[in-house]
Design a protein around this ligand. Structure first.
Ligand code: 0X9
Ligand code: ZN
Length: 455
């Protein structure tokens, strides 16, 4: 009996000490336990071949070196393949770095002022109830783990599909980019709270249908909050046992165009999935676009302070380069006026890097609408990367507000009901896609777009 008690006590002690160790883990420990390292390579290295050969997650380009996040298990093979790199993990995640703890241990719970899936769901429900005459909450799809993908529709008659341009404001394709949930959410909140006292807001809400989709990747966000802060993809269990599809490589246009802009390797941070729209999360965005006349879109990401427009899959101009460039530059100027932060405007493939299967290439090509990726602050990893201080949520929202209102206004003033009706089959990679685009576009002209919305 005595022995048994001792055994139990020991077990309890073990559990308690285990818990204590777990609670005292810093983010750096978690980072290490996830078996990731940051490596830096000289800019002159043949990065194309390297990135084709190993799953690397680009983090930062400081002008001399390029930094990548990579699983530890690849380090030796990369070395053996003749690449020289330096290990930089400690530089990025040193608990003694000023401000570092503050990013990672915000007050108000593990994710501080940022919204988890549940917190977002209840905030959206509260808004839809409080502003029933202006907002309706729709579920446009469900994630792999069965979470709702919410879209808050803001318009003067939210229950009706009117002949008005739709504007889609989308956040969090990538789990670790928490700020990208907050910006579209706060923009939606601003429209609702200011409708009755601000004539500019009223005229935009009256004449457009604004779709706020703050969280495309709820499973990924949950994983980032609870398990691994730097998680990027969704939570698909892949055939090789690895997890995740990069949702911003899973759209149909130019999908799998090459292995540089996306990867066929399931373990890669930019794995494109097994087929276009293989993921329910991206399919929910397709669903929204198929059933509504979206005339302009912004997909919020972080970080880098950029406003990017198609093409992303090749460094070539679209037929609407001048318009896209003009809109992006106007938005950048409006952003600059608020807090003096510079967001560079440019073509995605040339200003950042090539991607294929991303949201904006698809939205532009299928619907021929202006579609932008806005990479929110900070400007680089040394300024915090994916960690934005809680106090920066408001300023980042504030600086993005006028630019977003400007795009909504543009969508209204240029709307003639035909945008999205000029798809050209010859611009598609395969005939299946061309056919799909044609039928969608025909549908967009039909009466199905007007009338009562179902939730
Ligand atoms: O890689 C992405 O999906 C986006 N950057 S992020 O760091 N937020 O992951 C950029 C997408 C924009 N498209 C291109 N650069 N082609
Ligand atoms: Zn992103």
């Amino acid at each position: 009996m005595k022995k048994k008690v001792n055994h139990r006590q020991r077990l309890l002690l073990l559990i308690i000490s285990g818990l204590l160790v777990w609670l005292s883990l810093t983010e750096a420990d978690l980072f290490h336990s996830a078996r990731m390292e940051v490596i830096a390579l000289d800019r002159n290295t043949d990065l194309q071949t390297l990135r084709l050969s190993f799953p690397l997650d680009p983090l930062l380009d400081d002008g001399q070196k390029i930094y990548f996040l990579v699983e530890k298990k690849y380090l030796e093979v990369i070395k053996q393949a003749g690449y020289s790199f330096s290990l930089e993990t400690s530089r990025f995640l040193t608990p003694s770095e000023p401000g570092w703890r503050q990013w990672l241990r915000p007050q108000g719970g593990i994710n501080g002022a940022y919204h988890s899936y549940q917190e977002l769901a209840s905030e959206l429900k509260t808004l839809a109830t409080a502003y029933a005459g202006l907002a309706r909450l729709y579920v446009i799809g469900r994630s792999l783990e069965n979470r709702n993908i919410y879209a808050l529709k803001i318009s003067d008659q939210p229950g009706l599909a009117e002949d008005e341009p739709g504007v889609a404001l989308i956040g969090c394709h990538h789990a670790r980019e928490w700020i990208s949930v907050e910006v579209p959410l706060l923009i939606g909140k601003h429209l609702l709270e200011n409708y009755s006292r601000n004539s500019q807001v009223k005229s935009l809400v009256d004449a457009a249908e604004i779709w706020i989709v703050p969280l495309v990747n709820p499973d990924g966000l949950e994983y980032s909050v609870l398990n691994y802060r730097l998680w990027r993809k969704n939570r698909r269990l892949n055939l090789d046992g690895s997890y995740g599809v990069d949702l911003n490589r899973n759209y149909a246009y130019g999908w799998a165009y090459d292995d540089l802009g996306s990867s066929p390797e399931p373990a890669s941070a930019v794995f494109r999935g097994t087929a276009p729209f293989s993921e329910p999360e991206t399919a929910s965005i397709r669903n929204l676009f198929q059933t509504h006349r979206i005339a302009a879109a912004i997909s919020y990401h972080s970080y880098s302070q950029l406003i990017l427009y198609p093409w992303g899959y090749v460094d070539q101009p679209t037929e609407d380069e001048l318009l896209l460039e003009q809109l992006a530059e106007d938005m950048a100027a409006l952003i600059y006026q608020v807090n003096g932060r510079v967001y560079q405007a440019g073509r995605a493939a040339s200003l950042l890097y090539v991607t294929n299967g991303d949201f904006t290439d698809w939205a532009y090509s299928f619907y021929r609408i202006p579609a932008f990726t806005i990479e929110l602050p900070p400007v680089d990893l040394l300024q915090g990367g994916f960690w934005n201080a809680e106090e920066d949520i408001q300023p980042i929202f504030q600086e993005n507000l006028p630019a977003t209102l400007y795009l909504i206004n543009w969508a209204i003033s240029s709307y003639d009901g035909t945008r999205g009706t000029r798809v050209r089959p010859d611009r598609f990679f395969d005939r299946g896609l061309a056919k799909e685009a044609e039928s969608i576009v025909k549908g967009r002209l039909g009466a199905a777009f007007k009338g009562k919305e179902s939730r």
